[in-house]
Design a protein around this ligand. Structure first.
Ligand code: AMP
Ligand code: ZN
Length: 474
C-alpha cells in the first residue's frame, strides 16, 4: 500500500516515498504554552495524530519518528506573565501539562520526541551563526535578521509575490531592517525578559528559528513530512524553509508540507472577543473525548471545519450506533473468545477499503463511511458466527486505527459528562436496580415499575436480559 498526501509545496497529492523507510520522520508545530489549548489546536493535533497512526501501521511503530515541539519562549508567554504576575516557568509547565491531559483525553498518541525551545538555545545560536557565515543574515542593534534578498526563491511555499509577502508578514518597518520583509532570527531581551547570552548580546530566538533548529536536531537536515495549521504557511513555514534551506543547502528540509484547514464555530471565526472561544478542557466537560474526535474526523483535514452542536450530536449518535453493534455481538464474541482473531494485535484485521481511504490523503470521512457499512452489515445480516467475528474484528481494529471504539461498550453507554451535575451516580443506579429486583421478587410490581420510571425520567434506560439487568444513559 502506498500513502498519498497533499503537498502544499507542489499543491498536489503525491506518493509518500520515505527517505528512509526504516525511520519515517515527521515534524509538526506544537503549541505555544501560555493558555489552555482550544479546539482549533485540537484539530491540528488530531489531523497529524491520524497520520502518525497510519504511518506506524504502514511502516511499523518502531520505524516512525514524530517530533512535535513545545514553544516555551515567546512574546505571548511574556505578555501572559506580565498580565498575571505568574512566573514564566510556572505558566509554561502548567499549560504544557494541561495540553498533555487535554489531548490525551482526545485519544492523541504522544509524539516520539517533544522538544522544548528553551532546551535548544545552543542549536539555535549555531544556526544563526551558520546563516551569518553564509551571507544570509546580518546582525544589527542586538538583532539578527534573515536577509530575504539573499534567497531568490523566498516565498516558494506560500507563492506570494513580494508586495504580498511584505503586507502578509505585517512586518514593522524597523530602522534596523535592510528590507521590510526581513525577519528576526534573534532579538535582544530587556533584563526583565527571558534571555540567553549570545554573540549578539543577551537575547532570545525568533519563533521561526526555533522549529528549524529543533527539527534538524531531532530529525536531521532533511526529513519526510512537516505539518501544521494552514495559518502557519506564511510566514512561519516560509521562514523555516528560508532558514533551513539556506543553512543546509537547497533541496534539504521537509519533502512534504501538510496543512490542516481552519476550524470555525457555528459559522464564525473562533475568538475571545466573539465569546465563542472553546477550550478543549471545556468541550471535554460536555462531550466524551471520542465524540469530539469523531466530530473532527467527519471532515477531511484540509477542508474548513465548522464546529456545531448539531455536528457533536451526530458524532455521538454515530458512536452510539457503533458501540451498540459491539454490545449486540458480544454474546457471539464471548462464545468464541479463544478465536485468534480477538487476540490479534491492534493493527491486524483492518478493512482494506478503510485503509485505502486513509492512504488517499487521509480521507477520514470515507474511512468512517466504511465503519458504518461494516456496522450496517452486522445489524442487518448476522450470517455465520465466523462471519460476525471477522466483521466485528474489522470494525474494531479499523476504528482503533483512527483512535475510536477504545472504550468498553458498556462503559460507553454508562458515561456521563463531568459537567452533567445533579445526575445519578453509577452507585445510585445500581442500588435502584437492586431495589427494583427485590420489589419484583416480593411481587410488588407497581413499585418495580415506579423505580423503572424514576430511572427513565433521570435518563437511565434499563434492559432486562437473560443475564440480569443492564443499564445505559440515554
Ligand atoms: P498556536 O498555539 O496558535 O501556534 O497553534 C498551534 C497549532 O494549532 C498550529 O498548528 C495552528 O495552525 C493550529 N490552529 C490554531 N488555531 C486553529 C484553528 N482555529 N483551526 C485549526 N487549526 C488551528
Ligand atoms: Zn514551527
Amino acid at each position: 500500500m502506498t500513502i498519498r498526501l497533499h503537498n502544499t509545496l507542489t499543491r498536489r497529492v503525491e506518493e509518500l516515498t520515505p527517505l528512509d523507510p526504516s525511520n519515517v520522520r515527521m515534524y509538526v508545530c506544537g503549541p505555544t504554552v501560555y493558555d489552555y489549548a482550544h479546539i482549533g489546536n485540537a484539530r491540528a493535533v488530531l489531523a497529524f495524530d491520524i497520520l502518525f497512526r497510519l504511518l506506524r501501521h504502514e511502516f511499523g511503530a518502531d520505524h516512525v519518528t514524530y517530533a512535535r515541539n513545545i514553544t516555551d519562549v515567546d512574546d505571548k508567554i511574556i505578555a501572559a506573565h506580565q498580565a498575571s504576575g505568574e512566573p514564566i516557568g510556572s505558566i509554561t509547565e502548567r499549560t504544557t501539562k494541561a495540553f498533555h491531559e487535554d489531548i490525551a483525553a482526545l485519544g492523541a498518541l504522544p509524539p516520539n520526541v517533544e522538544p522544548r525551545a528553551t532546551q535548544h538555545i545552543g542549536e539555535m545560536i549555531a544556526l544563526v551563526e551558520t546563516l551569518l557565515a553564509k551571507g544570509h543574515a546580518y546582525a544589527t542593534e542586538g538583532h539578527v535578521l534573515f536577509d530575504v534578498t539573499s534567497m531568490p526563491d523566498y516565498g516558494m511555499l506560500s507563492r506570494r509575490n513580494r508586495d504580498e509577502l511584505i503586507a502578509g508578514a505585517r512586518v514593522e518597518i524597523a530602522p534596523y531592517k535592510k528590507d521590510p520583509a526581513d525577519f528576526v532570527l534573534w532579538k535582544p531581551s530587556t533584563p526583565d525578559q527571558p534571555g540567553w547570552v549570545s554573540p549578539w548580546g543577551r537575547g532570545r530566538p525568533g519563533w521561526h528559528l526555533e522549529c528549524s533548529a529543533m527539527s534538524e536536531k531531532h530529525l536531521g537536515a532533511t526529513f519526510d513530512i512537516h505539518g501544521g495549521g494552514i495559518d502557519l504557511i506564511f510566514p512561519h513555514h516560509e521562514n523555516e524553509i528560508a532558514q533551513s534551506a539556506c543553512a543546509h543547502g537547497h533541496g534539504t528540509f521537509a519533502k512534504i508540507w501538510m496543512h490542516n484547514g481552519f476550524l470555525s464555530v457555528e459559522g464564525e471565526k473562533m475568538s475571545k472577543s466573539l465569546g465563542n472561544f472553546i477550550t478543549i478542557r471545556d468541550a471535554l466537560k460536555q462531550h466524551h473525548g471520542e465524540t469530539i474526535r469523531l466530530a473532527m474526523l467527519k471532515t477531511h483535514y484540509r477542508q474548513p471545519l465548522d464546529w456545531t452542536a448539531e455536528g457533536l450530536k451526530q458524532a455521538k449518535s454515530t458512536l452510539d450506533r457503533l458501540y451498540r453493534v459491539l454490545l449486540e455481538i458480544r454474546p457471539i464474541q464471548n462464545a468464541h473468545a479463544p478465536l485468534s482473531v480477538w487476540a490479534a494485535s491492534d493493527t491486524t484485521n483492518i478493512h482494506p477499503k478503510f485503509l485505502e481511504a486513509l492512504d488517499d490523503d487521509l480521507n477520514s470521512p470515507m474511512a468512517l463511511a466504511v465503519l458504518n457499512t461494516i456496522a450496517d452489515g452486522l445489524f442487518n445480516d448476522r450470517g455465520s458466527d465466523e462471519g460476525v467475528i471477522v466483521a466485528a474484528a474489522e470494525l474494531l481494529r479499523s476504528a482503533n486505527l483512527l483512535g475510536l471504539l477504545r472504550e468498553d461498550p458498556e462503559a460507553w453507554f454508562k458515561w456521563q459528562p463531568a459537567g452533567a451535575g445533579g445526575g445519578l451516580s453509577d452507585g445510585d443506579i445500581d442500588a435502584s436496580i437492586q431495589a427494583r429486583l427485590d420489589s419484583r421478587k416480593a411481587k410488588n410490581f407497581a413499585e418495580a415499575d415506579r423505580i423503572r420510571k424514576e430511572l427513565a425520567d433521570a435518563g437511565v434506560i434499563l434492559e432486562d436480559g437473560p443475564n440480569g439487568t443492564t443499564w445505559r444513559r440515554g
